[in-house]
Design a protein around this ligand. Structure first.
Ligand SMILES: Cc1cc2nc3c(=O)[nH]c(=O)nc-3n(C[C@H](O)[C@H](O)[C@H](O)COP(=O)(O)O)c2cc1C
Length: 330
């Protein structure tokens, strides 16, 4: 079973819990993201409360090709959860999380704690691959190791490959680094050279030049972009244009970026994904702050954005920054 989207150096939107909800995925798709992965869902949650947990992994047909990500530590449970998900949702691939550093996941031996027990990770991968064989390709997302003294990405890749995993995204940090320090692209490059399966490079890609550098100087089959897309989802369009023409299109104007913030908020409210207006606005606060970074004139608004409670309040805050001469884009 092949992953045809890997043929043209795809730009992945990285899975980000609490961020890459269906609305943000729709926006990133419009902005040129080629492949996306849902926020992760716990295998135990899928087995115990499927209806409650499926909201984390819902997607639109327009988001394809799309992978659904699961985490857990019990091979049989991971396989059973994968089967439920694939039968109900028909994703293009199923992704195993072996990189999440948060205590809630690591404490249950899932996510990056699997990097300390590669035989268990391999058993999980084999169980999921054999359960889904012929129905859905299985991929994985890993970090380069648990800490600086235990960098084991090459062995992890080899074991996952042996288990039948078809592609691996490598975030070039250890679990100990969390999101600090720099992603180690030398290790990603080493793994990409040695692996027989496609490797997707991830970590600190924040400009079109970074994307081109990864394509030209490493053997990765594509790159995955996370936090930079939170600030500037148009990075996908800019990077693709740069790869094709060598020119970087300018980012949207400040007025267009403000309209993007308002549109994202309206879409979130209309979807009901986060519930009523107040809960939606609460969920939007960190998103609005991320978008506002770098827009001239927004610095004094940051405290108010971090408390904003209604759409009309947001409109009122942002109205002075909407360039009156710029046309509406919707
Ligand atoms: C808020 C947030 C949530 C994340 N949630 C997930 C997740 O659910 N699954 C996952 O594999 N990685 C998750 N990550 C890690 C990202 O996918 C990515 O590996 C990391 O941010 C490095 O890429 P970047 O430098 O482009 O941001 C998350 C990262 C952030 C910042």
């Amino acid at each position: 079973m092949s992953l045809p989207w890997l043929q043209h150096f795809p730009l992945f939107l990285a899975p980000m819990a609490g961020v890459t909800d269906p609305i943000f995925r729709t926006l990133c798709k419009e902005e040129g993201a080629d492949v996306m992965v849902t926020e992760f869902v716990s295998s135990e949650g899928v087995l115990q409360a499927w209806q409650r947990n499926r909201r984390y992994i819902e997607f639109e047909e327009s988001h394809r090709p799309l992978g659904i990500q699961i985490f857990g530590s019990v091979p049989e449970h991971m396989a059973a959860a994968a089967r439920i998900i694939v039968d109900a949702m028909h994703p293009d691939f199923l992704d195993i999380n072996a990189g999440c550093p948060v205590p809630k996941v690591v404490g249950k031996n899932g996510g990056s704690s699997l990097l300390k027990d590669l035989p268990l990770l391999q058993r999980i991968a084999s169980a999921v691959v054999s359960e889904l064989s012929g129905d859905c390709p299985v991929t994985a997302k890993i970090r380069i190791g648990w800490d600086a003294d235990h960098i084991n990405a090459p062995e992890t890749v080899q074991r996952l490959q042996d288990a039948g995993i078809q592609a691996i995204a490598i975030h070039g940090r250890t679990r100990s680094q969390q999101y600090g320090g720099r992603a180690d692209w030398d290790i990603i490059a080493t793994c990409a050279c040695a692996a027989a399966i496609p490797i997707i490079g991830n970590g600190d890609i924040s400009t079109p030049e970074h994307v081109r550098h990864a394509r030209e100087h490493t053997a990765v089959a594509g790159v995955m972009i996370g936090r930079a897309a939170m600030n500037a989802p148009w990075i996908f369009r800019q990077a693709r244009h740069y790869l094709q023409t060598g020119q970087i299109p300018p980012p949207p104007s400040p007025g267009a970026r403000i309209r993007f913030m308002l549109r994202h908020t309206r879409m979130a409210l209309a979807s009901g994904h986060y519930g009523e207006e107040l809960t939606t606005m609460r969920a939007m606060r960190s998103r609005l702050l991320a978008y506002a970074k770098g827009i001239p004139g927004t610095k004094p608004l940051r405290p108010a954005l971090s408390r904003v409670s209604s759409y009309s309040e947001l409109e009122h805050l942002l109205a002075p920054l909407l360039g009156s001469s710029e046309p509406e884009e919707e």
